[in-house]
Design a protein around this ligand. Structure first.
Ligand code: ADP
Ligand code: MG
Length: 393
C-alpha cells in the first residue's frame, strides 16, 4: 500500500525527521485557509498522486508541472486551481495519468544541494538496505545506470538495528560534517525507525536537501507498506486512498483474491501464486500476452470463482480466458461448478480454455462437459496455453 506525500511527511515529522511546513487542500474552498498559514511570498504547490516525477509532469489540459514554486499566494491559488481535479501524466503514471484530488502547499526552501536517500528491503540478504547518493533530485535509476559508483548501500542487521558506525559511514559518503552530520544522524535514525516500526516496504526521500544555512530537510517523501503487515497498523490503513488503486484490484481483495492487472488480452484464473506465474510464462512462451495475474488461493469457494470471473471480464482488453487449476487442496469439481455458474451468470461469449488436474478431476471434467457450454478443455498446461493463444488469435 502506498500513501501520499503529505501523509508521508506527517509520518516523517512524527519520527523526528525535518520536513517543510505544509498544508493539504482537497477542495478549492480550502485553498485560502491553507495559504493563510504562510507569509506572503514564495510557496510550493504540489500535486498529490501516488507516483513520482511530478515536477517534470504535464497535465492533460496542457498545464506544465505537477510541482510549482511560485512567487505569491495569488499565483499559488492559480497553480492549485490548474492542478486540482485534472489529470497529471508523469514518467511513472503511464499515458493515462492520475487525477489530482489533493493539492499540498509547502513552505519553499532554499536549496544548496540535493541528495537521494532511501530505505528498502534487500531480498537478496533479507535485510533492510539504505541507499544514498549525492546525486539527488533526479531519476535514481539513471544515476544507477550511468554512475553506479555514486550510490552507496548499507545493509542493516535487523536483530541489532542501525548502528552508529553505519550512520557515520553514510554521512561521510554524502559529505556531511559537523552539525550536518549530527542532523543526518537524527534524520536517518527517524527514517529507519519509521521503516521498521510501520513495516514499510520503502521509505524514499528524493530530494533530501541542504539549505545555504546548513539545515537538512526532506523535501519529498514517498512511503510504501508491506500489505501482509497492514493488519498490525490500523493507523496506516486509515491513510489508504482507494482513488489511487485499480478498481479491479480493490474488488479482488474483497473476495480474498490476489489480482494484478496487466496489459495483455488473455485473462488467467489460477490457484497458487507459483502456478499463476508459470501460467503467465507459458502464455508468453506460445506468443500470447497475459491480461492479469490472478491467484484464487488454495481454498476458493464457488462465489470467489464467480467473483474472479466478473473482475476478469470488467477488463475491456480481455479477449479470452485461461483457467489453470491444480487441485491439491482444492476440489476440481467445486472449481468446475464455479466456472459453469459464472459463465451462465455473465453470459460469457469469449473463448474459455480450462485445464483441470488433481483432486476429483474426473467429476470436474464431467461437470464442464455436461454443462452445455462451449468450454474448451486442455489436456496439459502446454496444450491449454496453445489452445487459448490460438483462439484469441
Ligand atoms: P517529484 O519527485 O514527484 O518530481 P518533488 O517533491 O521531488 O516531486 O519536487 C520536484 C522538485 O521541486 C524538487 O526536486 C525540488 O527541486 C523542487 N521542490 C519541491 N519541494 C520544494 C520546496 N518545498 N521548496 C523548494 N523547492 C521544492
Ligand atoms: Mg521527488
Amino acid at each position: 500500500m502506498n500513501i501520499h506525500e503529505y501523509q508521508a511527511k506527517q509520518l516523517f515529522a512524527d519520527f523526528g525527521v525535518a520536513v517543510p511546513k505544509g498544508y493539504p487542500a482537497q477542495t478549492a474552498a480550502e485553498f485560502d485557509a491553507a495559504l493563510a498559514n504562510f507569509p506572503e511570498g514564495t510557496v510550493v504547490v504540489k500535486s498529490q498522486i501516488h507516483a513520482g516525477g511530478r515536477g517534470k509532469g504535464t497535465f492533460t489540459n496542457g498545464y506544465k508541472g505537477g510541482v510549482k514554486v511560485v512567487k505569491s499566494k495569488a499565483e499559488a491559488k492559480e497553480a492549485a486551481t490548474a492542478m486540482l481535479g485534472n489529470v497529471l501524466v508523469t514518467k511513472q503514471t503511464g499515458p493515462e495519468g492520475r487525477k489530482v484530488q489533493t493539492v499540498y502547499f509547502n513552505e519553499a526552501s532554499d536549496i544548496k544541494k540535493e541528495y537521494y536517500l532511501a530505505i528498502l528491503l534487500d531480498r537478496g540478504t533479507s535485510r533492510p538496505v539504505i541507499v544514498a547518493s549525492t546525486e539527488g533530485g533526479m531519476d535514481i535509476e539513471t544515476v544507477a545506470e550511468n554512475t553506479p559508483d555514486k550510490i552507496v548501500k548499507v545493509r542493516v542487521d535487523p536483530a541489532i538495528g542501525l548502528q552508529d558506525y553505519q550512520k557515520r559511514q553514510l554521512a561521510f559518503a554524502l559529505g556531511f560534517k559537523g552539525d550536518l552530520m549530527k542532523q543526518f544522524g537524527k534524520l536517518i535514525t527517524g527514517l529507519y525507525n519509521l521503516f521498521w516500526e510501520k513495516d514499510c516496504s520503502m521509505v524514499e526521500v528524493n530530494p533530501l536537501i541542504t539549505t545555504p544555512d546548513d539545515k537538512l530537510i526532506a523535501l519529498d517523501a514517498k512511503v510504501g507498506f508491506d500489505d501482509n503487515a497492514l493488519y498490525r497498523h490500523p493507523d496506516i490503513v486509515a491513510l489508504r486512498d482507494l482513488n489511487e488503486e485499480d478498481s479491479k484490484e480493490i474488488e479482488a481483495s474483497k473476495f480474498g483474491l490476489s489480482y494484478i492487472a496487466l496489459d495483455g488480452n488473455i485473462a488467467c484464473l489460477v490457484n497458487g501464486a507459483g502456478l499463476a506465474m508459470s501460467t503467465m510464462d507459458i502464455i508468453k512462451h506460445f506468443g500470447g500476452n497475459p491480461a492479469n495475474f490472478l491467484d484464487v488461493g488454495g481454498g476458493a469457494s464457488k462465489d470467489a470463482v464467480a467473483g474472479a470471473f466478473k473482475i476478469i471480464l470488467s477488463d475491456k482488453n480481455v479477449k479470452g480466458i485461461f483457467v489453470n487449476i491444480f487441485g491439491g487442496i482444492m476440489d476440481c469439481d467445486v472449481i468446475a461448478q464455479g466456472i459453469v455458474a459464472a459463465v451462465k451468470e455473465t453470459g460469457l461469449t469469449l473463448p474459455l480454455v480450462v485445464r483441470l488436474e488433481g483432486n476429483n478431476v474426473e467429476n470436474g471434467k464431467k461437470t464442464l462437459a455436461t454443462s452445455g457450454l462451449t468450454i474448451v478443455s486442455g489436456d496439459s498446461m502446454a496444450d491449454a496455453a496453445q489452445k487459448i493463444v490460438k483462439l484469441v488469435g
